[in-house]
Structures are given as structure tokens and as C-alpha cells.
Design a protein around this ligand. Structure first.
Ligand code: ZN
Length: 67
């Protein structure tokens, strides 16, 4: 999906955010999953789509994006 910078209106470019340890960041919802994972206390983990504006440097994260 194409993302546009709210300030500049240009197309934002996909980037990868990593922690200092080199791991990719992941969003974890406080909402517990239903079903068997929920009963095991597993929380929902969402993939992140990260985009950056090439004009102003704004970085946005979208949780739950399709790969
Ligand atoms: Zn911008």
C-alpha cells in the first residue's frame, strides 16, 4: 500500500527499523489473543510496516500491515 507523508504529500519509502541489538522491532498488543494462544497467555504480535519521508524525514509505523 502506498503511504504519503501528511506534511509533504510525497510517497514515503519503506525502511527497516532495528534495535541496537540488530533485532527487528515488533509491536505487541496488550489485547490477549483468543483461543488456545490466549489461554496460554500469549499476546498478539503484529508485524510493523515502517515508512520514512524522503523530504522531511518523518518516520511512521503501521502495525499489522501485510508483508
Ligand atoms: Zn515529509
Amino acid at each position: 500500500m502506498e503511504r504519503r507523508c501528511p506534511d509533504c504529500g510525497v510517497t514515503m519509502e519503506p525502511i527497516t527499523l532495528k534495535s541496537n541489538g540488530g533485532y527487528e522491532l515488533q509491536a505487541v498488543s496488550d489485547e490477549n489473543r483468543g483461543g488456545i494462544l490466549g489461554s496460554l497467555g500469549m499476546k498478539e504480535r503484529l508485524d510493523l510496516e515502517t515508512v520514512a519521508c524522503p523530504e522531511c524525514g518523518l518516520v511512521r509505523l503501521y502495525a499489522g500491515a501485510e508483508e
